[in-house]
Design a protein. Structure first.
Length: 409
């Protein structure tokens, strides 16, 4: 028997949560009920953590939130409080998984609690926004969103099915024991794109042969944020940051930005890290019709990677800006770090004679990086394309040197 934290606004969604609670209890599990409703009390069932406790955890009071009458501020506070309640409760062993429901506002509170928990803790949210842009709700965690189909407003012939399946999902997740890991190996995280797959695959093969487990993250914004969060959680031993393209999206306003904290966690943790400007030649947008008008001035190169992804070649100015940003990030690193630059292209499309081949823009990155980087941080240039076997060999060899340097400290 497990205990499932059920979190949500029981004052306005009491009937719905009562049904969900009964479904969980019927499957033989306990429920830890956490109320985040601000305006009223829960009349449908007993609550384990009431709304006043959640507000207090956020440094507020329920009375002040009610008096202010600011719905947005109240939801922000209750989300912060729910996150702290969840984090502390899980650390104390009070529950094994978490479930909640809501519309856009309710989902923001529920998923704030979920994002406070480590990857691997079961998390299920029934939401009206599950089919929309869910990045803000999921963040870098393994939150399972179930579309509510109808609004979370009453128990009817549609919602009854959805709520029952959600209860079954969270119960099944807490019942499922993770497969045995066997001999745990040191973990190296790596960033990859379709344009750097050959490089990362070759590096992974070599590192695996040297006794490391390689976890690969797709550099689509979410992937970079997730990789950074795992580093912050202390789960990583070294970083092979081949594909730092998310910074191109951050600079150009593309859809795959991982935010301004990208390239920060490894340095903060003092981990060995090898950084490569992989795919900084491209910013990502949706279909061609989504590309900002300011880029449609005839001076830009575009490539339709697929019907939903349009790549834009970054220019020399943007590459110089990224070089300065990379230098700032790496100068702050507390552990061994090096940069490896492929001189014959940072992607497939940047290869000799390919559509995005622009050595002036590539040099702008390297020049700005070297100008602003602290002395003592190694920058090594390799006369190959990023996907050539020789570059992958150089990358793995240099990362292993950094790992050995860290071990010798």
């Amino acid at each position: 028997m497990a205990t499932i934290m059920m979190v949500g606004a029981f004052d306005t969604k009491g009937v719905e949560y009562a049904f969900l609670r009964e479904q969980i209890l019927a499957r033989g599990h306990e429920v830890m009920a956490v109320n985040t409703g601000v305006m009223g009390e829960c009349e449908a069932f007993a609550v384990d953590v009431d709304a006043s406790e959640v507000a207090t955890a956020a440094g507020a009071s329920l009375e002040s939130l009610r008096a202010a009458g600011d719905r947005g501020a109240a939801m922000k506070a209750m989300g912060e409080g729910a996150a702290k309640v969840a984090e502390q409760g899980y650390a104390e062993g009070r529950f094994d998984g978490i479930v909640g429901m809501g519309g856009s506002g309710g989902s923001s509170v529920v998923t704030a609690a979920m994002r406070a928990l480590s990857v691997g803790v079961p998390k299920v949210c029934v939401s009206t926004v599950a089919a929309g842009d869910t990045g803000a709700y999921v963040g870098s965690k393994d939150v399972v969103l179930i579309p509510s189909i109808v609004d979370v407003a009453g128990v009817n012939r549609i919602s009854r099915v959805i709520f029952t399946r959600a209860a079954g999902a969270i119960c099944g997740m807490v019942e499922a024991e993770p497969a045995p890991a066997g001999d745990d190996k040191p973990i190296v995280v790596a960033s990859m794109f379709g344009n750097t797959t050959e490089c990362v695959n070759a590096c992974s093969e070599t590192l695996s042969a040297n006794g490391y487990e390689v976890l690969v993250f797709h550099a689509t914004g979410t992937g970079g944020r997730t990789m950074e969060s795992l580093i912050d959680e202390g789960l990583v031993d070294a970083v092979l940051d081949i594909t730092t393209t998310e910074w191109a999206d951050e600079v150009c306003g593309g859809v795959f930005s991982a935010g301004p904290e990208r390239l920060s966690a490894a340095g903060r943790a003092g981990l060995p890290q090898l950084v490569v400007p992989g795919c900084v030649d491209m910013a990502n947008f949706g279909g061609m019709d989504t590309v900002p008008q300011k880029y449609k001035d005839g001076t830009r190169l575009f490539y339709e990677w697929n019907p939903e992804v349009t790549l834009m070649r970054t220019n020399a100015e943007e590459n110089a800006q990224m070089g300065r940003i990379f230098a700032e990030k790496l100068n702050a690193a507390q552990g061994p770090v090096a940069v490896l630059i492929p001189l014959r292209g940072v992607s497939i499309l940047d290869g000799d004679g390919e559509l995005f081949c622009d050595r002036e823009a590539d040099r702008a990155f390297g020049d700005a990086l070297k100008t602003n980087l602290d002395e003592g941080i190694l920058v090594r240039e390799v006369d190959h394309n990023i996907n050539d076997p020789e570059f992958a060999a150089a990358a793995t060899a240099l990362l292993l040197e950094l790992i050995a340097e860290k071990a010798g400290e």
